[in-house]
Design a protein around this ligand. Structure first.
Ligand SMILES: NC(=O)c1ccc[n+]([C@@H]2O[C@H](COP(=O)([O-])OP(=O)(O)OC[C@H]3O[C@@H](n4cnc5c(N)ncnc54)[C@H](OP(=O)(O)O)[C@@H]3O)[C@@H](O)[C@H]2O)c1
Length: 347
């Protein structure tokens, strides 16, 4: 009886959080026309960008963005790791717009010095209007041979440090010119915080950095936009091996939506609408309640149950004789009841 009473006591903060969400949302709803009007007067609008830098253009959203922005009179700096794919993209951009000037740079975004040198020289020559930090990786796009630990550092290095390596070298001249737009491709996944902890944390950092940087740089006349995609059909989602990707959109749709939002200097661009609303709702679920709700939500996203993250460990597991480790491994992943039972049978 006393345990039940204790358990109800722990519910109080969760219930309070929900009440604050309701009251806060109602207040914001009432004032939303006024807030919108204030934004319309106060937010800077930027002319159509003519000099644009995009990272991670060799496939997916980055490639579609490059093609979207390719236009006559535009100067593009396209950054990627595969020279063959970069050359292919350059040809496609110039097929679309013969007078589009394209500079290619074969650089890994985690190589800070190399990227800084390229960006500084390119900016000195052309004066960048818009930079899009798009390059990103997830657990699933990395080699299965890598350990969980190696993957974690690689993801942070590319997604977080890579984004900073892309925009920081341009900041001094953006500030001096009191002009420039920065776009950071984050994700809706941290709103859920449901799977792929390192990826989710890396994107939470990017999301938060973008939103905060926007306020820091506003007085300098610089625009910052946070882009939070839900599922987009690209290599990144192909490798998940999922049969269901709820409310996924094409990379062309993603590029068009980003292009439109950036031209309005939006603070936040989230898509698809359905995913944005679902994840927004998930973000207000008190963390303790997620324990009961998330197993139901997981069924909507049909990724292999013990999560790609653990593929390498699964291989090691086959050869392992350490039964405790096997159990721990399964129960700490998104393991199904059946898998845990099977691993128990090994004992
Ligand atoms: N697809 C989705 O559902 C989704 C959802 C939310 C957010 N996002 C974000 O959207 C962005 C684009 O992803 P995507 O879906 O288009 O994935 P993608 O098809 O896998 O493309 C990722 C791009 O980033 C490049 N890249 C990765 N690591 C790099 C590095 N160290 N240096 C330079 N380039 C690098 C890749 O180049 P290589 O070909 O050389 O690997 C590729 O061109 C990422 O930041 C991702 O996190 C995607």
């Amino acid at each position: 009886m006393s345990t039940l009473k204790e358990s109800f006591k722990t519910m109080i903060p969760d219930v309070l959080m929900l009440l604050v969400s309701i009251v806060g949302s109602l207040l914001l709803l009432v004032f939303s026309p006024l807030l919108h009007l204030m934004n319309a007067f106060r937010n800077k609008s930027f002319p159509t960008p003519k000099v644009i830098v995009i990272t991670g253009v060799t496939c997916g959203i980055g490639r579609s963005l490059a093609l979207k922005y390719a236009d006559n009179g535009v100067v593009l700096a396209l950054i990627g790791r595969s020279m063959d794919k970069l050359n292919e993209l350059k040809a496609d951009c110039q097929r679309k717009a013969p007078n589009c000037q394209v500079t290619l740079a074969q650089i890994d975004v985690s190589h800070r010095d190399k990227l800084k040198k390229f960006l500084s020289e390119f900016d000195a020559q052309h004066s960048v209007d818009l930079v899009i930090a798009n390059a990103g990786i997830s657990d699933a796009t990395l080699s299965k041979e890598m350990s969980y630990e190696e993957k974690a550092y690689e993801i942070i290095n590319t997604n977080v440090n890579g984004a900073m390596n892309t925009l920081l070298p341009l900041l001094p001249s953006f500030r001096k010119r009191r002009h420039g737009q920065i776009v950071l491709i984050g994700s809706l996944s941290p709103f859920l915080s449901m799977m792929y902890p390192t990826y989710s944390a890396s994107k939470a950092a990017v999301n938060s950095y973008a939103l905060t940087l926007r306020h820091e740089l506003k007085p300098y006349g610089i625009g910052v936009t946070m882009v939070a995609p839900g599922f987009v059909f690209t290599h990144m989602t192909d490798v998940l091996g999922a049969t269901k990707l709820p409310m996924a959109v094409s990379s062309e749709y993603a590029a068009q939506t980003i292009h439109d939002g950036v031209s309005q200097n939006r603070a936040f661009i989230g898509f698809s609408t359905g995913t944005m609303l679902t994840t927004w709702f998930a973000s207000i679920i008190p963390p303790d309640f997620r324990d009961s709700i998330y197993p139901i939500m997981m069924r909507l996203v049909d990724t292999p149950s013990d999560s790609i993250v653990y593929t390498n460990e699964k291989e090691q597991l086959k050869n392992s004789t350490d039964k405790d480790r096997q159990l721990k491994l399964f129960s700490s992943s998104q393991a199904t009841v059946e898998q845990v039972t099977n691993s128990k049978k090994i004992q």
